[in-house]
Design a protein around this ligand. Structure first.
Ligand code: NZQ
Ligand code: ZN
Length: 386
């Protein structure tokens, strides 16, 4: 196992009806800004519930945070924070609202000239942030229990991530009932995103870390089991609850501590979203099977372990078992309703050079657990997405 620091201070408040706990979770006397997305939380009553729980506080609202939250929009929230002397931020929504709120928390007290530098430094320039909490409505990103965020500058097609120990939520409320209103597309996206988060931290090379490996395999098997169930029985509380916890556990730092990590699939995926507008999980469903295929030599030992322990594949020679594991991964994504080829999203071959150009611009030229995913490897991966 590699040496590591594991630090996760997020208070998770899990279960039906827990939104009312906001009354005591938010520090007394706070001036609270409630941030949300395109309006789903207004339609399904979540925002009303939040507002009743916050009855004893001075509150302000900021709506309209996009899926793939936009820098320009968030900077308007920063202005409101400064004008109204807000001292607590509450995100109510999916990963985009949570990520956006983390950015607002850091940008509102940023002392440098240009808050975009928070992104170009991947969060290293964050020295302080306002405290924030979250009410999660979409299990997918793990943002509720990690310190990261991904922000898009639409004008230049830049989608970059940041992370800082200053931007952990103080608490996150996870009420599985709040996910019942999700459209099937977003439910499926969540399953694929969580699955890929586990794969980015697990499917690298053996690191003598059996705890992390078996936690990861348990999460993958749980997602494989729950994916079809949540689509078939969307109002099953236990299925929703287990899916929500699986997605949180997939990216809260636990399974990634002490092991090599990849993340090349995510980096290619972010460029595809920024250029073509695919949902985050759609890009992962497209890129991951190709990434595994192209890098099967480097990942050979772990692919064999994945085949046997996650999919129960024991027949055939090693090449055949690896092929079957990659094919099962693709079929699983398709089975929950997320397509796995670029033409399924009307993206043509001209995308290859455009994505490579953006990867180069963003310095993403040595990706992966061995830092050997060069632009030439990314080209091969993108070519096999057709
Ligand atoms: O905007 P509203 O109206 O709220 O609708 C949203 C949005 O259209 C809707 N939705 C959310 N909860 C709902 C609901 N609709 C009905 N009922 C509910 N309960 O779902 C749509 C998608 O929401 P979004 O927040 O964009 O989805 P997700 O949670 O998948 O977040 C995706 C973003 O997270 C980033 C992605 O890059 C992307 O920008 N990621 C963040 C990570 C992190 N912080 O650690 C890691 C991930 O790898 C990922 O990159
Ligand atoms: Zn992701």
């Amino acid at each position: 196992m590699q040496s590591f620091d594991f630090y996760n201070p997020v208070h998770i408040v899990f279960g039906e009806g827990r939104i009312k706990n906001l009354a005591t979770l938010v520090p007394a006397g706070s001036r609270v800004l409630v941030l949300y997305g395109g309006g789903s939380v207004k339609k399904n009553g979540t925002l009303d519930e939040v507002n009743s729980a916050l009855a004893g506080f001075t509150t302000f609202e900021f709506g309209g945070i996009e899926a793939n939250p936009g820098f320009e929009t968030l900077m308007r929230a920063v202005e409101l924070v400064k004008a109204e002397k807000i001292d607590f931020l509450l995100a109510v929504g999916g990963g985009s609202v949570l990520d956006g709120t983390k950015f607002v928390a850091a940008a509102s007290v940023y002392e440098g000239d240009d808050p975009w530098d928070i992104l170009t430094s991947f969060g290293a320039k964050i020295t302080a942030a306002l405290p924030l909490g979250a009410v999660l409505t979409l299990p997918a990103t793990g943002s509720e229990m990690n310190n990261g965020g991904v922000i898009t500058r639409y004008a230049t097609h830049d989608k970059l991530f940041f992370g800082s120990n200053k931007t952990f939520p103080k608490f996150s409320i996870l009420d599985p009932v709040k996910t019942y209103t999700l459209p099937p597309r977003q439910v499926a996206n969540g399953v694929v995103d969580a699955f890929t988060h586990v794969m980015e931290q697990y499917l690298t090379y053996p690191a003598d870390a059996p705890v992390q490996d078996r936690f990861a395999e348990g999460l993958l098997q749980t997602l494989i089991e729950l994916g079809p169930k949540v689509i078939a029985t969307p109002h099953d509380y236990q299925v929703r609850a287990n899916l929500m916890w699986a997605a949180t556990m997939a990216l809260n730092g636990l399974i990634g501590a002490g092991v090599p990590q990849d993340w090349a699939t995510h980096m290619l995926g972010h460029e595809l979203t920024a250029l073509y507008g695919l949902d985050h999980a759609q890009t992962l469903a497209v890129v991951l099977p190709s990434m595994l295929q192209v890098r099967r030599a480097d990942k050979r030992a772990k692919l064999l372990q994945y085949a046997e322990r996650v999919w129960g594949i024991r027949e055939g020679d090693e090449e055949a078992r690896i092929n079957a594991a990659i094919a099962n991964t693709r079929e699983f994504f398709e089975s929950v309703g997320v397509k796995t080829r670029l033409p399924d999203y009307s993206v043509g071959r001209e995308a290859i050079d455009r994505v490579l150009g953006q990867l180069e611009k963003h310095g993403m030229t040595q990706l992966g657990e061995h830092r050997n995913v060069t632009l030439a490897t990314s080209r091969q991966v993108l070519e096999s997405c057709f």
